[in-house]
Design a protein around this ligand. Sequence first.
Ligand code: ZN
Length: 552
Amino acid sequence: MKTPIGIDKTTGEIRSIRDVETNGLACNCRCPNEACGADLVARFCKEKENHFAHHRKKGGTACQEKALHLLAKHLIVTRGASLFPVLTLDSTQCYSYLNELYEDSEEYFGTVTTLRRAREEVNLPEFAIKPDIFCETTLNGVEVQLAIEVKVTHEVDDEKLSKIEKANLTAFEIDLSNLVSLSELTTEQVEQALAETYRYKWLHVEAEVKEGLQRALDERVRLMARKRNDEINDWQNSVTAFLTEKGHISLPRYQYPEIRIKPEITDLGGFTHKVRLPKPPSLQQKITVSDIAPLKDGVMVLETRAGNRRFPLPVIFVEGPFVEGPLTGSYLQLDYGRGLPDCHKFESRLQWGRSEKAERYVSKVTRLKHEAKVRKDREVKTRIERRLKEYQQIVESGSYPRSGNAPQIARDYETACEELMQRGINREAYMADLPESWIFGCPQEHWQTLLLRALCVVNNELADVKYFANSLKNYHSIEALEPVKSLGYLKRAMEQLKYPPNDVPTTFGVIISYFDALCRKGYMRYAGRGNYLKSTMPYGPAYRQVQQYYRS
Ligand SMILES: [Zn+2]
């Protein structure tokens, strides 16, 4: 183990290797650890740093700790100065009349400061403590006694800390504990560590010093707030003079929440309906201002009169977008984010924060709209139930309704049959017997033949269900009959009312079943993925043959 420090065996003084001139045992030093007490040999090397080594003995951790502690104290005392820890103070918080927060924080000390009469291990019986270093110094112009603790193995415990605080003794701690593990301790390393601010921590700063700094900091912040309040006072005086002379104030236009007062509702089927609503009350009016109370906590109260009624109307000052405040009743707001407005512009910058009259109107309108919606929703529900009942009756009776266009459809069917026959297409092969196909109000054979003809002449590669449903409707007036048609439009409402899905067939569903049947017979083939699976199909090989024949 190598250390840069030893104790003179004759005088008991600390000897740094830098001060020793005689080599080997002649240096007359022993290990600073009394429990060890080994003789030290001074070694002067060319490559390595000069050092002491234990003579005929191995030094332990305790020897290293003791040497480090001693060296640190020795360096500080010999230098007669030390780095001081940083003291951070936060000011007391102050608010302006506009509720603006004023605060600050400041860092003090943290620099190398002169120590006077620095001594090591001084017994202070009056405080029952023995600091590592005791000295005098000047902090912020105040003469104080200072204790410095060097932490190597254990820090200052609570008991010692409370003694220091009780004694109002200025003290700080330097943490060197991570240097203990170094295998070779050098003076340079310790000097470098002593220059590192993060190792320094205040244990206590004399009350007079700390309070003095706090007072000065608080006073500075208070002055800033006071200066702001003077500005606010001047501003309010100009506004008061302006409004008092004018005698009245023009209230701003009230911004009704557009969506809430719109005379329209949407029922649960997704259909919109107009609703008759009363006109919104006009809030644009002039009121007399008799007095203005001083601005406080961001609120300025106008004493107003309208007719015989006197009432206070607060103006809330907000910086930026308005946030719902704790006030009840009506009040105005003013956004002073870009500065307090000139007194001439004061009125134009006002907005309603809350108006009881307007809110009464909005809640009345909301109630009327709600009632209308309840009525409309009930109608939708009744309609669904009636249609479902009709559907059930049709299914149970087995006598299916006929489309009003049945004669026209029959004539179109005849023409298509002839056309397909002339082309040599075996129409019967493409027919399918499907359940619930009655919804088209004509024999299955009719609409399937017409669809087959449309499929043959269509000039695209994919059979799109939606496209063919439209072609049946547009060219042959074939579409779902009531009640299926209505129930199709009421699908969204049925979902919301939690009716079981897919109870009622749809036009698309029936056409998909037909295409499914053609696929099973090998005339068509599925294409696409997901939702497109059912709506788009390419022509199968057999079907393609038919189409080519038809074209030729
Ligand atoms: Zn030792």
